[in-house]
Write a protein that binds this ligand. Structure first.
Ligand code: SF4
Length: 329
């Protein structure tokens, strides 16, 4: 097994990455070789990404009231979860939240809205103004605003947008089990267009929603083919009131294998561990950086709480990794 792990490491160190068959094998690495795997993933991360950790923060800028039926999401039309619901917030509020995120140590700040896309041009302009305000604070700017047209991407880029976030959630094969109100191709289309428009594209998925190891590998290779810049990984937090309430499929070690697989398939990309890390990785959270993650979210998630930013900063410093506040691409 050690020899096999060494061969994966070599391929990833070269920048090429491992093939789908090996990726599947990574996901079933026996426990006794898990630390060999993590060591390999860590060296690959050091070679291509150095020691730096990116901290991102988000604001839930429009909550609930979504027309879509994504099974894991507390904001979907089929969710009965008790969450706050509100329309698009003002740029002033976004700026206040971004300032606080910067003070906590964030490098990037994302404006996240529920829904399959923005409702009208008035909303686009409001988001554009908010992007400009975040940019003026010296933070990298990101939006997660669903499926939008190229025209919207161009407009927001002119307003100072650097990154566009849009998750594919899972593999193309499994997606119909997760969402039936829009197609995978629509998600892929906006990701491709954001890349073509020169934005930094952050695109990943969520794990623990009933997908198989094959689906996990399929997603990893779709992201590779799309050449996304950054890969956010979410692990299901089965919120009461959602169709996936009570589902617990992941163990901390499974999460680490998924992160390592993603690193070995996409050796040169950012890998950001986002929602669900506290409940799924528990005491093993710091190992996500050893497994190949290069970033995480600081502060709260969309409808659930994160842990205090100081604890995450301490975790990174204890691993002898570095981090920077604010930034620009
Ligand atoms: S993930 Fe996005 S599109 Fe899907 S239900 Fe939630 S808010 Fe709506």
């Amino acid at each position: 097994m050690r020899k096999i792990i060494e061969s994966w490491e070599e391929k990833a160190l070269s920048g090429k990455g491992i093939d789908p068959e090996s990726a599947l094998h990574v996901l079933s690495t026996p426990d006794e070789y898990l630390f060999d795997l993590l060591g390999a993933a860590f060296r690959v991360r050091l070679r291509h990404k150095g020691r730096n950790v990116r901290f991102c923060s988000i604001v839930n800028a429009k909550s609930g009231l979504c027309s879509e039926d994504c099974s894991f999401c507390s904001q979907s039309r089929v969710s009965r979860a008790e969450i706050e619901k509100f329309p698009l917030i003002d740029p002033d509020e976004v700026e206040t939240r971004a300032r606080a995120a910067k003070e906590s140590g964030a490098r990037e700040f994302s404006i996240v809205t529920s829904g399959v896309g923005l409702k009208n041009w008035k909303e686009v302009e409001k988001v554009g103004e908010a992007v400009g305000r975040v940019r003026a604070l010296g933070l990298e700017t990101c939006v997660s605003i669903g499926i939008v047209d190229r025209e919207v991407l161009r407009y927001l880029k002119e307003k100072g947008l650097s990154s566009f976030h849009h998750n594919l959630e899972t593999s193309r094969s499994y997606f119909p089990n997760v969402c039936t109100t829009h197609s995978y191709e629509e998600d892929v289309r906006v990701v491709r267009e954001a890349k073509e428009e020169g934005l930094w594209v952050c695109c990943g998925g969520i794990f623990g929603i009933g997908e198989s190891d094959e689906d996990r590998v399929e997603l990893a290779f779709t992201l590779k083919e799309l050449d996304v810049d950054s890969i956010p990984l979410n692990f299901l937090n089965p919120i009461p009131g959602t169709p996936l309430e009570g589902r617990r499929e992941l163990t901390p070690l499974t999460c680490l294998r998924i992160i390592a697989m993603m690193r070995l398939v996409n050796p040169t990309k950012e890998i950001i561990v986002c929602g669900g890390r506290e409940v799924n990785l528990r005491d093993l959270q710091s190992l996500m950086f050893v497994a190949g993650a290069t970033g995480t979210m600081l502060g709260n998630y969309l409808t659930t709480l994160g842990r205090p930013p100081e604890e995450d900063i301490q975790m990174v410093e204890d691993l002898n990794l570095t981090w920077t506040v604010g930034g620009s691409r």
